[in-house]
Design a protein around this ligand. Structure first.
Ligand code: AVI
Length: 320
């Protein structure tokens, strides 16, 4: 039986990605593997770190400008949020919408049922005019669901999650978002901006080592789900700023020459000392690069809001 056949038979949904990632040169694992229950909890901790300015800065822009944003979006809006999680930042937008309309239909889309249940518990009590329609699904299935609604939409895609895709892929993701909307509907997109390396590197390599744990959780997950024997101490978390590509690159670097066994895949993987395995890119944008992915996706950029230091931006784009 070939390694690929063994991967197909293996029970874990990550088997194929792990097999192809560890057998290619250079080795690379896709960032979606970060987010099991453990990894999602670690990401929540990252958003609270003093060095990780993204979440805090985006929330402050929303606090300041949500009124202008919903006014620009239009009248009688149905709200949709991609990757809503517990929808904490969304509260500001809901509050502003409820000043302008009596009832707000809100479709939070997320793969995590428990996050949406938490969102429902806290939002329902606080906003009597809110009608919640949680959608437990990935983006694709979730977007098909919202495409059925004929009302005018404001789609939120926050947190600079779009920056974890390659630019062409980001354009394609926005295009599939666009296909669930009608001409004139609005998208509010959050993007992290290019800035000094002195700010960027600590955000992705924090003093407490939470991002290192988040990165190494990929190895821990392979151990848990595929019977791997990765020694987490034998790998180092590395974050590099690549100014040419405007992106932070995240790697796991093997501290010594070693062989790792992954039982469920029948695989022995050799790592050289100092060999780096890529796990994530996080693109940082300029007005030009944001406009470019929005145009690829079939949107017209209308207006942007940023913070005093111009570290993060929210953009209102119109579906063509
Ligand atoms: C989810 N995403 C926007 C995060 C980011 O900043 O690219 C993921 C992350 N990776 C390391 N720290 C945070």
């Amino acid at each position: 039986m070939s390694a690929y056949e063994r991967a197909e038979r293996a029970v874990s949904p990550i088997a194929e990605d792990v097999l192809s990632g560890l057998t290619r040169t250079p080795k690379a694992l896709p960032p979606k593997l970060f987010y099991d229950a453990e990894g999602s909890q670690l990401f929540e901790l990252i958003t609270e770190l003093p060095e990780y300015y993204l979440t805090r800065t985006e929330a402050s822009i929303l606090e300041q400008f949500a009124g202008e944003m919903v006014e620009a979006a239009g009248d009688e809006i149905t709200l949709v949020e991609l990757g809503a999680g517990t929808a904490t930042k969304t509260r500001t937008v809901i509050r502003e919408l409820l000043k302008r309309q009596r009832r707000v239909n809100f479709y939070p889309i997320d793969v995590s049922r428990s996050a949406l249940e938490d969102a429902a518990r806290s939002l329902n009590g606080d906003f009597p005019g809110l009608a919640l329609h949680p959608v437990v699904a990935d983006y694709c299935a979730g977007l098909e669901e919202i495409a059925k609604s004929a009302s005018r939409k404001l789609v939120l895609y926050l947190g600079s999650s779009i920056g974890n895709f390659e630019p062409m892929q980001a354009g394609a993701v926005l295009h599939s978002v666009r296909n669930s909307m009608r001409p004139g509907d609005a998208l509010l997109l959050g993007t992290d901006l290019v800035k000094s390396e002195k700010v960027l590197i600590p955000a992705y390599d924090d003093a407490q080592g939470v991002t290192a744990r988040f990165n190494k959780n990929i190895l821990a997950r392979i151990n848990r789900e595929l019977g791997g024997d990765f020694d987490l101490e034998a790998f180092k978390h590395v974050a590099v700023w690549n100014p040419k590509s405007s992106r932070i690159e995240i790697y796991l670097e093997s501290l010594r020459e070693q062989v790792v066994i992954i039982e469920a895949l029948g695989l022995r993987v050799h790592f050289g000392g100092g060999e780096r395995m890529h796990t994530e890119n996080s693109y940082k944008f300029t007005p030009h690069t944001v406009r470019s992915i929005l145009n690829m996706g079939g949107f017209e950029m209308e207006r942007s809001w940023t913070d005093r230091r111009e570290w993060f931006a929210l953009h209102l784009a119109r579906a063509r």
